[in-house]
Design a protein around this ligand. Structure first.
Ligand code: FMN
Length: 173
């Protein structure tokens, strides 16, 4: 199956997962801006990866706007975020990005990444600062919220190659 992995990454985690998937499958791997200039005609499978941003998936609009054109292809979207895979909010948040008809055509996955404040853009850093400040100011914080504050206040890396296994299974099915 001729496959292409297309990714949008700000600090490198989504790129890392895209490369892992491409290495494991022999797929072509391109950053989104390069992929936009390329014909998807020769591919049987298209894998798109974007990073989680306030419940959304970066650049997902581009991928979704092409779904109807790619009717004959296997479609996979993966999202890379700072939340650990055990977070029960991930599944519903991921699905919210797609309507029922899109979910019938696209296989959706989540891979934990982390935070890298050294590589983050200034606007993103500011958004995170405000988010953490709001969370800290909240009265009666839940234990989960306190854990989250501690976790996202500094850089961390919870990415692991094992998280691509469900994506590889889907590609081979
Ligand atoms: C402004 C902003 C919003 C974010 N929102 C979420 C979120 O809703 N859920 C989540 O799990 N991670 C969230 N993250 C964390 C990123 O998705 C995470 O750092 C990811 O690994 C970045 O991928 P990249 O290195 O490919 O850019 C957010 C990060 C930023 C900067």
């Amino acid at each position: 199956m001729k496959t292409i992995v297309i990714y949008n990454s700000q600090t490198g985690f989504t790129k890392r997962y895209a490369k892992w998937i491409a290495e494991a499958t022999g797929a072509d791997c391109l950053e989104l801006s390069a992929a936009k200039r390329k014909s998807m005609e020769p591919y049987d499978a298209i894998v798109f990866g974007g990073w989680a941003c306030a419940g959304g998936i970066s650049k997902l609009h581009w991928f979704k706007s092409n779904i109807d054109k790619w009717e004959d292809k296997k479609l996979i979207a993966f999202c890379v975020g700072g939340s650990p895979i055990e977070n029960p909010e991930i599944e519903p948040a991921l699905k919210q990005n797609f309507n029922d008809s899109e979910l019938k055509k696209v296989n959706v996955f989540y891979c934990p990444g982390g935070f890298n404040y050294e590589k983050m853009s200034a606007p993103s850093k500011l958004m995170m600062k405000l988010f953490i400040k709001t969370l800290k100011a909240k009265k009666d914080k839940t234990e989960a919220e306190q854990v989250m504050i501690n976790m996202i206040s500094t850089s961390y890396d919870i990415s692991d190659k094992k998280y691509i296994d469900p994506i590889l299974e889907c590609l081979h099915a």
